[in-house]
Design a protein around this ligand. Structure first.
Ligand code: ZN
Length: 386
C-alpha cells in the first residue's frame, strides 16, 4: 500500500487523482463524479452538437499548470478526488486567512474534538444520524449557549470526519472557536476535566464542556460514554502542533486549517499503523488496488454523506473576515483567469483520451508544447484502427 512518505510531484498527484476518480466511476456509475472532467459542457445551451464541441487545454501564466476547460465538473467534495483537492485547497486558504486575521485582531482560538463510543459502527447511517443528534442536543442546551456567551465566542467552524477502522465506522468532529480575546484559564476551565497524575486517569470535578457532551451523547441514544482521552480541547497553536504529528506529508507543515479542510484527503499512513482507521479516500485507494470490500465501504460512505456539509461556519462568521460565500461547485468550476490556450481537442480525440485514461498524461505532455500532444494523438488514433 502506498504511503505519502515522499511528496508526490505535480504529475503523480494529478495522475493519482484522475485514476482514483475513474475508480469512483466504477463504484458510482450514475453519480455526477462519473462525468466530472469527462463530459463536454454544452454551454450555453445543449443545441451545439457534441461533434462540434471542443475541449481546450490551457496553461496558467503564473504557475505553469495545465488544465482543461469546456468540460463539466461535479464539485463533489466527499467523493471526487479531483474536485476535493481543488475545493480543499481553497477552503484551507480561506481558513488560514481567517485565523491570521483573527489573531492579528487580538483574538484567541479554541479547538475541540468530539468523539462518541464505538456503537452503530457497522451502520454508518445510524452512526452519523445519532452523532449529529448528539451535537444538536449539545448546541441547543442552555448551559452550552451560556458558556459560549461567557467566553465571547464570535463564531465557530466545524468539520465533519469519518474513518473506518478495525472497530468499523467512526464519526467525529473538530470545531474551531473564534474567541474574542484570551479568557483566563480558558483551556483548563472549559472542559471541566482534570487529570489525576497518581491514578493516571481523567476525572470530572466540575460541570463543563465534557459533561455536557456526555449528556448529549446519551440523549442521542449511545449507551456508552465518550472517552475523556479523546475529548480534545486545545488552543490553535496546540492544535497545529498536535495535528502536524499525524501529517503524512513530512515536508508540509499541517496547520490547524490544513487539518480542518483536508482531513478526508490525507492518507492516514500513521493512523493505519495505529489501527485508527482509513479515511474514505484511503478506502478508495485500497479499492483501486483490488480490495473489493473497501469499495463497498466507500459506496456506503458516499450514500450516507451525500449532501452533508464537511465544513459548517456559524452564521456571519465569514462576513467578519470579508470572505465571499461560495459553494463547492462554484469553486470547482473556477479557472485561473491568467492562462493561455495551448490547444484543443475535438470530440473524437477526446473520446480517445478517455478511452486510454490519459487525461493526466495529456496535461503533462501539453507542458512541453502542443507538438507533443499532437504526436501522442497520432499514435492513439492509429491504435483505434488496429
Ligand atoms: Zn469532480
Amino acid at each position: 500500500m502506498e504511503t505519502d512518505s515522499s511528496p508526490l510531484n505535480d504529475y503523480q498527484r494529478r495522475f493519482q487523482q484522475f485514476a482514483l476518480q475513474s475508480a469512483v466511476r466504477r463504484l458510482l456509475p450514475d453519480s455526477r463524479v462519473s462525468k466530472c472532467l469527462r463530459q463536454i459542457s454544452q454551454y450555453p445551451n445543449k443545441k451545439t452538437p457534441l461533434y462540434f464541441s471542443w475541449v481546450k487545454v490551457k496553461q496558467s501564466v503564473q504557475h505553469k499548470k495545465t488544465f482543461f476547460t469546456g468540460l463539466d465538473v461535479c464539485g463533489s467534495l466527499w467523493v471526487c478526488p479531483v474536485c476535493a483537492a481543488k475545493i480543499s485547497e481553497r477552503r484551507k486558504a480561506e481558513l488560514e486567512q481567517m485565523l491570521v486575521t483573527h489573531r492579528a485582531r487580538g483574538g484567541e482560538l479554541v479547538m475541540i474534538t468530539r468523539t462518541v463510543p464505538h456503537e452503530f459502527a457497522n451502520d454508518l447511517k445510524t452512526f452519523l444520524t445519532s452523532f449529529l443528534k448528539a451535537e444538536h442536543f449539545l448546541k441547543e442546551g442552555k448551559s452550552y449557549r451560556n458558556l459560549l456567551q461567557r467566553i465571547k465566542v464570535k463564531g465557530t467552524v466545524r468539520v465533519l470526519e469519518v474513518t473506518h477502522g478495525e472497530n468499523g465506522w467512526h464519526v467525529h468532529t473538530h470545531e474551531l472557536w473564534f474567541v474574542e480575546k484570551s479568557y483566563p484559564r480558558l483551556y483548563g476551565d472549559l472542559s471541566g476535566l482534570a487529570y489525576d497524575e497518581e491514578e493516571r486517569r481523567y476525572y470530572v470535578p466540575a460541570k463543563g464542556l465534557f459533561s455536557m457532551w456526555v449528556d448529549s451523547v446519551h440523549r442521542a441514544g449511545f449507551s456508552g460514554s465518550p472517552s475523556p482521552n479523546a475529548f480534545g480541547l486545545h488552543n490553535g497553536d496546540y492544535a497545529a502542533g498536535y495535528l502536524a504529528k499525524w501529517g503524512v506529508q513530512p515536508t508540509t507543515e499541517w496547520t490547524a486549517s490544513a487539518e480542518m479542510t483536508k482531513s478526508h484527503i490525507k492518507t492516514n499512513a500513521r493512523m493505519i499503523t495505529k489501527n485508527k482507521g482509513r479515511t474514505p479516500f484511503d478506502l478508495l485507494r485500497d479499492f483501486f488496488h483490488g480490495d473489493k470490500n473497501a469499495g463497498d465501504l466507500f459506496k456506503e460512505f458516499a450514500r450516507v454523506f451525500k449532501g452533508r456539509h464537511q465544513l459548517q461556519y456559524s452564521r456571519g462568521l465569514k462576513a467578519q473576515f470579508a470572505i465571499e460565500e461560495k459553494t463547492d461547485l462554484e469553486i470547482a468550476q473556477e479557472f485561473e483567469d491568467h492562462a493561455h490556450e495551448l490547444g484543443f481537442l475535438d470530440y473524437e480525440d477526446w473520446l480517445l483520451i478517455l478511452k486510454h485514461d490519459a487525461r493526466a498524461y495529456l496535461l503533462e505532455l501539453a507542458k512541453s508544447g502542443w507538438g507533443a500532444v499532437s504526436d501522442y494523438l497520432l499514435t492513439i488514433r492509429k491504435l483505434k484502427y488496429v
